[in-house]
Every structure is written in structure tokens, then in C-alpha cells.
Design a protein around this ligand. Structure first.
Ligand SMILES: [Zn+2]
Length: 266
């Protein structure tokens, strides 16, 4: 609680300061104990410390730990505050509260701290699944002419176009079954939700989870990229039931304010 107070006071005063502390790993520490001690989810710790894995954690190693759950985001193009909030599925006020001098625009290439605390509570109670990323569906589930192989192939998920570095959220709570490279998919996360249900998140630029990690719906599990067989930054998202690919759109919420709307004229 005290660290949050200090953080808020510093933001109000408007001092230039870092959004994190350097924590030196102590003997007996695990990612789980550090996460619990600071109240910061493991995927957030890994987003700040991409070189860290549960097995690589060493005594004396320095970790960046944010004061509150949140990540740094560097837009590839200048965004309005409202666009930025949509990308993170939060209210613009939550970003303003922590960046009082942010203004109405976020300049391309300039890092901004975005809090994640309410991603889980603001909209995720409404549906079993949430959209894994904010963007436009650029390719539907089903038969299509493959953009790279130029032949008719079955598309086992949907493609959501988004900028490199944009957050990718767990669509449902579950346990990470796969986190790593898989040909075609590039950097891929598979989450097991029980009862034979799995979700896939492909072409990521960054993976913030590891096999066996329990993740909650709305956790920031990775970042958008264009790894594997891909023509540009997007998330390829699949919902598999009993290993069979289903149309993800059938499971995703349609009525929430933050639900991405397809541009029907395109
Ligand atoms: Zn795809």
C-alpha cells in the first residue's frame, strides 16, 4: 500500500521518475514469491524482464518491478489517449490518473506507462471469452486463399490486425500448455482451459508466460508481432475444442463497449 502512495504522490508532484524499482533477487525467491510479495502478476514481471525465466532466476540478479501492475508501451504511430485506452481495454481516466501530464495525444516512439489493474474487472465478467487484442479482423476463420502460399487453405483462426508491441490478453483463464516457437505460427502461446478447450495466440513479438503457468482472463500474456508465416503484425487467434478448430468469433463478446467492431464496408 505504501509503495502505491509514494507512487501517487510522485505522479501528482509531476517529478520525472521511473515507474519501477530495481529488485535484487534474494535466496529462496521464486517468480511466484516475488509476484505475491509485490502484488504484480508474473506475466507483467516477465514483460518488464524478458530475459528472465523460472529456471534462469539467480540470487543477486536485478529485476525491474513496476510499482503497480502495468507495462511500458511505445506506440508505433501517434495515438489519441482514447485509442491508447482501447488497445488496453481500459478507460482513458485510468491512464490519465497515473500520467497526469500526458495530454490528449501519445507521440509515436515515446514510451508511456499503462496500468493494467482493471483489465480483469472492467469488462471481462460479461463473457466466457474476451478479445485477445484490439484491432480489426483482417482474415476470417474458414477457407481462404492463403496470402503467402497463394492457394486455397483452411484458416484455423481469425487474424486481428494490430501494431507491433500491442498487448495480447488471455481470452480465458487457464494453464499455459505451450509457449515458444512453432513453425508457421512463429512465437505461439497455447492456453489449456480444461474440458478439451484451448486457445492459440500466434505470431507474437514477445511471450510473457511459460508452460505450467496459471493465467487469468485479461492477463497480458504477450505482445503483437509478425513472427512465423506472416505478412504483417497481427494476432492469429484460435479456439480449439477437442483439438478441432472452431470459429473464434462465435465465442467472443459482441455487445461490450470495447468489443472490436468489424468495419463492414471493407
Ligand atoms: Zn491467421
Amino acid at each position: 500500500m505504501r509503495k502505491i502512495l509514494v507512487f501517487l504522490i510522485l505522479s501528482i508532484v509531476g517529478l520525472t521518475f521511473a515507474f519501477y524499482i530495481n529488485y535484487q533477487v534474494q535466496s529462496g525467491d521464486t517468480l511466484y514469491s516475488i509476484s505475491k510479495g509485490f502484488g504484480i502478476p508474473i506475466p507483467v514481471i516477465l514483460d518488464w524482464n524478458p530475459e528472465v525465466s523460472p529456471s534462469s532466476l539467480k540470487v543477486g540478479q536485478k529485476l525491474k518491478i513496476p510499482f503497480v501492475p502495468g507495462v511500458m508501451y511505445k506506440p508505433v504511430k501517434t495515438l489519441t489517449l482514447s485509442d491508447l485506452a482501447k488497445i488496453f481495454f481500459i478507460d482513458p481516466e485510468e491512464i490519465l490518473a497515473i500520467n497526469p501530464s500526458i495530454g490528449s495525444k501519445v507521440t509515436a516512439g515515446k514510451e508511456v506507462f499503462v496500468p493494467l489493474g482493471k483489465v480483469n474487472t472492467s469488462f471481462t465478467q460479461l463473457a466466457d471469452y474476451i478479445w485477445p487484442a484490439y484491432g480489426r479482423i483482417s482474415s476470417e476463420f474458414g477457407w481462404r486463399i492463403h496470402p503467402i502460399y497463394n492457394k486455397t487453405m483452411f484458416h484455423t483462426g481469425i487474424d486481428i490486425t494490430a501494431d507491433t508491441g500491442n498487448p495480447v490478453f488471455a481470452s480465458r483463464s487457464g494453464v499455459v500448455k505451450f509457449a515458444g516457437w512453432k513453425s508457421g505460427y512463429g512465437n505461439l502461446i497455447i492456453i489449456d482451459h480444461g474440458s478439451g478447450i484451448e486457445t492459440y495466440y500466434a505470431h507474437l513479438s514477445k511471450i510473457n508466460v511459460f508452460v505450467g503457468l496459471r493465467v487469468e482472463k485479461g492477463d497480458l500474456i504477450g505482445r503483437v508481432g509478425s513472427t512465423g508465416t506472416s505478412t504483417g503484425p497481427h494476432v492469429h487467434f484460435e479456439v480449439r475444442i477437442g483439438s478441432e478448430a472452431n470459429d473464434p468469433v462465435a465465442y467472443l463478446p459482441r455487445t461490450n463497449t470495447y468489443v472490436m467492431r468489424r468495419v463492414l464496408s471493407e
